[in-house]
Ligand binder design. Structure first.
Ligand code: GLA
Length: 392
């Protein structure tokens, strides 16, 4: 496997290396790379023990680093005017809201699991849009874990590594996320989408390399943050619904059960559960549609997913609804939906390759007219998951 698979990634590595040399006056010894993700379908199902269907994108976090054996970590964020942060391995504590907290959180997981982490110097850069629903934070976490594996000369089972990174997100960033983002960043494969059963943690790679289709990501540039409480609130509403239904997780409930219990819960709780139960079903049907290369069916399920997230789960915003509506107006679009945690961020659109540019032009112009804001669009193939190496 080639570690660096495109020129923009090479440029990121070159920049990070130059910044490293400038700050630490020698060459970095280790390189780690971990991608962001786009979720094709299966939203807000992971923490309900359900199914998700993401793919890794060709956007990633990159760390170049060296052990310094001082018990101290010195970090530089190349994208933030080389802002520096440092902490000691002993007495490590969260710095919520600060980028260094993701790195600290992962170091803490290695320590808690009996792997002494030496002090290190590192430069971080990333081209996963921040707060865009593309897992910029999971990319940093999994990249950090991959860097530490290189330092220690060990390889942690990728699922275990992803779970440590999820714990870092819970404990150090304060977001009670599911397992999707860290799993796909650690386990992604080039030209494949990954179906994850979040209960058994079984995964299945689905080829996604048909040159006739493109996955288009459109950023509303309406920033979202999942530590504002709405994500956690959705999660507890799902737990409340499961309790009323007498099941451990909504994964275990059927639509018939939910309908029968309608008068035992308020309307909001009912709609939250209806989203999760229907989304689990859609996700499995979408995986089946992809297996049969039935993109029309896949696209229909994406649009249904969006409507359910907008009306029942209420995690969309008008800007995102506009992007989805505009995309669906163009011939050659199979489907479009909000992707990620919600409350802003990005949409994902499945489109015939020949129509991709028309969609981009149409969506950007329509969005500008309606909201006075520029959307950002890019197509992406399914990229590889996390990887690391020694340099030189
Ligand atoms: C965020 C979380 C994921 C998942 C999605 C919604 O990205 O990190 O675990 O819950 O939201 O599907």
């Amino acid at each position: 496997m080639t570690l660096i698979n495109d020129t923009s990634l090479q440029a990121m590595v070159d920049t990070a290396t130059a910044v490293f040399r400038e700050h630490f006056e020698h060459d970095p010894a280790v390189l780690a790379i971990a991608p962001g993700r786009v979720n094709l379908i299966g939203e807000h199902t992971d923490y309900n023990d359900g199914f998700v269907f993401p793919m890794a994108i060709e956007r990633q976090a990159v760390l170049v680093a060296s052990v310094n054996n001082s018990g101290r970590c010195r970090l530089v964020a190349a994208d933030l005017d080389n802002e520096m942060a440092s902490f000691t391995i002993e007495g490590i504590a969260p710095s919520k809201g600060h980028w260094s907290t993701y790195i600290k959180g992962v170091v803490a997981q290695f320590l808690d699991n009996g792997h002494p982490v030496p002090g290190f110097d590192a430069v971080l850069t990333s081209n996963v849009p921040l707060g865009g629903g593309l897992s910029s934070s999971a990319a940093i976490e999994v990249c950090t874990a991959t860097m530490i594996e290189q330092f220690l000369g060990i390889q942690i089972d990728p699922k275990r590594k992803a779970l440590w990174c999820q714990k870092a997100e819970h404990d150090y960033a304060g977001v009670p996320c599911g397992i999707m983002d860290q799993f796909i960043s650690a386990l992604g494969e080039k030209d494949h989408a990954l179906l994850i059963d979040c209960r058994s943690q079984d995964t299945e790679q689905f080829p996604l390399d048909d040159p006739n289709i493109e996955v288009l990501i459109t950023n509303s540039n309406f920033k979202h943050s999942l530590d504002g409480g709405e994500y956690a609130e959705r999660r507890s509403q799902c737990e409340a619904a499961a309790k009323v239904l007498g099941v451990k997780f909504l994964r275990d409930a059927t639509m018939d059960q939910l309908v029968a219990a309608r008068d035992q819960m308020d309307d909001v709780t009912f709609r939250r559960a209806r989203h999760v139960i229907s989304e689990n079903d859609r996700t499995q049907r979408a995986a089946d549609a992809l297996r049969r290369a039935n993109y029309a069916e896949f696209g229909r399920l994406m649009v249904e997913s969006h409507h359910s997230l907008r009306d029942d789960f209420e995690v969309s915003v008008p800007e995102i609804d506009t992007l989805v509506e505009l995309a669906c107006e163009v011939d050659g679009v199979y489907g479009s939906r909000i992707t990620g945690g919600g409350f802003g961020g990005c949409t994902v659109t499945l489109v015939k390759t020949e129509a991709a540019q028309t969609v981009i032009d149409h969506v950007m112009a329509g969005y500008r007219d309606k909201h006075g804001v520029e959307a950002t669009c890019f197509t992406t193939h399914a990229g590889p998951g996390a990887r690391g190496t020694h340099l030189g």
